[in-house]
Design a protein around this ligand. Structure first.
Ligand code: CP
Length: 326
């Protein structure tokens, strides 16, 4: 594996189809969960630089732990708060607020580190700009070392790999699980990254029936949802679900807006009764009693802590694949 910025990068690490490649990565992650230090010297004398242009708790800590389990040194740089403001546009006349061009900074990261990991959120102001993934592409272009997405403008692949690990670990029946991705209310416009990425990975995996439910006008990009069933009727979607993945996202078509905050979209135990005793997932952080009710989060169906704890094994599996090639 050279870079890890979307599900498409998984194919380079395995023979066979993308579903098999995802399963192989999931099994690798679960093997690390059973034996965290099995490859404790794989990353000896290697260093990962983790650049955060935006805040994080789980991604930051799990990536550090994963690197350390492989014997790597992890250096965290909160570029967004502590670094020079970076320019990403080619041929920019830098007379505004940006101080250093990625063309100058990224090659230096490429000399300091063996792997570069980056978190960068979308602006939610201009869809074309955000969906061009300019920031992560510029780092790939100029760093000269493998790049791992810690969440980009449109995708969150480490979260999605974690989610498939968690579903695999939690579902033991000999049939495809029914997974429902449901929109939830929120007080501010959030990126579409987690929902895009979850849809992209589950569709590529091909081992589940995916239903996406959201209010009208909250359609996600078809690039990621193609293959899933989509309905505006949440109750209908929840019927017989084995997993319910709860997430807010802002509008994609009229980009980055909140049209809807109807609290009836929040998942409750009564709604969960429609499901097949579904496990409830959320990437976290979550706004309690806005996105998800206390009763669901604190109830026995919630697997959000298991999910967050699996972030370590997802990151470790990916870093290990990259270390074997760099
Ligand atoms: N789920 C997730 O990415 O959490 P953080 O924003 O805390 O890293």
């Amino acid at each position: 594996m050279k870079n890890f910025v979307s599900v498409h990068d998984v194919l380079t690490s395995s023979f066979g189809g993308v579903g098999e490649a995802i399963d192989a990565l999931v099994q690798k992650a679960l093997a690390y969960k059973a034996s965290p230090f099995a490859d404790k010297t794989l990353g000896t004398n290697k260093r990962i630089g983790c650049l955060f242009l935006n805040p994080s708790m789980r991604t930051r800590l799990s990536t550090q732990i994963a690197a350390q389990n492989l014997g790597m040194e992890a250096i965290i740089f909160n570029v967004g708060n502590e670094g020079w403001m970076l320019e990403f546009e080619e041929e920019a006349i830098m007379s505004g607020t940006t101080v250093e061009h990625v063309k100058d900074a990224a090659p230096i990261f490429g000399k300091y580190f063996d792997i570069l990991a980056i978190r960068t959120f979308p602006s939610l102001k201009n869809r074309e700009d955000d969906y061009s993934e300019l920031y992560i592409k510029q780092f790939i272009k100029y760093a000269g070392i493998p790049v791992v997405s810690l969440e980009s403008a449109t995708l969150h692949p480490l979260q999605s790999l974690t989610d498939i690990i968690t579903i695999t670990e939690s579902f033991k029946e000999e049939r495809k699980p029914k997974i429902v991705l449901t929109w939830a209310p929120h007080v501010k416009p959030l990126p579409q990254c987690v929902a895009n990425s979850f849809s992209q990975w589950v569709n590529a995996w091909g081992k589940a029936d995916l239903v996406i439910t959201h209010p009208e006008d909250y359609e996600l990009s078809e690039e990621f949802t193609k293959g899933a069933a989509i309905t505006h009727n949440q109750d209908e979607a929840l019927k017989d679900a084995d997993f319910v993945y709860v997430k807010n996202w802002s509008t994609f078509n009229d980009y980055g807006k909140i049209y809807e905050s109807d609290p009836r979209w929040m998942l409750t135990n009564k709604k969960l009764d429609l499901s097949n005793n579904a496990k409830v997932m959320h990437c976290l952080p979550v706004r309690r009693n806005v996105e998800l009710s206390d009763e669901v989060l604190d109830g026995s169906n919630s697997i959000v802590t298991l999910e967050a704890s699996n972030r370590v094994w997802a990151a470790q599996a990916v870093l290990s694949e990259i270390l074997r090639t760099c």
